[in-house]
Design a protein around this ligand. Sequence first.
Ligand code: 5GP
Length: 183
Amino acid sequence: MKLDDVRADLSAVLFTEEHIETRIGELAAQIDQDYADKSPLLVGILNGAVMVMADLSRALSIHCEMDWMAISSYGSGVASSGVVRILKDMNTSIVDRHVLIVEDIVDTGLTLSYLIENLKSRNPASIEVCAGFRKPEAVRNHVSVKYLGFDIPSDFVVGYGLDYAGRYRNLRGLGILSPKVYS
Ligand code: 5GP
């Protein structure tokens, strides 16, 4: 789905597909260097991180493995529920592994903080975070995102894996959802 296909639902376009692709390529180059001899385990957070994971992993030149977790966050609304729960755990042991959490977006950082604490207790060699997008509250809360695509405003966004009520995940590019769609 292209930005033009749902242009009327968006109050603004933040990033085109090409813009995101370029930035993901830059992050991959950085990860290639930092993990040159480490074969990281990329842990994608379902469902939103599917696009970042697919693009980032294919942009890497080094070997990596991939696994997935699902964590409850927003339900179908647009405000954080504050409830963090593991719905699906990964299949791989992370003991002594270099873990790179791949997230779609960091808003309050609640999900990520919970996840990092949980994964640390499993004794990995290291844990870092790669996220496509970050909102201002995460900056205020000092949530550490080593590999960041873009800082964005605090509006509710859709596209590039991010949904509203299950839709728009397949939108190429990222846009601010017009309030008329959910109000
Ligand atoms: P946090 O725990 O950092 O507040 O929220 C993180 C999760 O909330 C993300 O993984 C994502 O699923 C969801 N989220 C946060 N902001 C947005 C947004 O603007 N749009 C969508 N679709 N989901 C969001």
